[in-house]
Design a protein around this ligand. Structure first.
Ligand SMILES: [Zn+2]
Length: 58
């Protein structure tokens, strides 16, 4: 079963790379950035925002 993300959480979500909005993928199993088209997986209702670009800088 796929859990919907709470609206309050959805409002503060943004792509960590370019701060653009995220939208559900067609199967609602992930969130896709409207700008860079990167897809972030949703695990147990929680979006996993871990861009490769960010980890490179750390
Ligand atoms: Zn992005």
């Amino acid at each position: 079963m796929i859990e919907e993300i709470k609206k309050e959480l959805f409002d503060i979500l943004a792509c960590p790379t370019d701060k653009s909005d995220l939208v559900y993928t067609k199967d609602k199993k992930g969130l896709q950035c409207v700008k860079c088209k990167y897809v972030y997986p949703i695990k147990e209702g929680i979006p996993v925002l871990s861009p490769s670009e960010l980890s490179k800088k750390l």
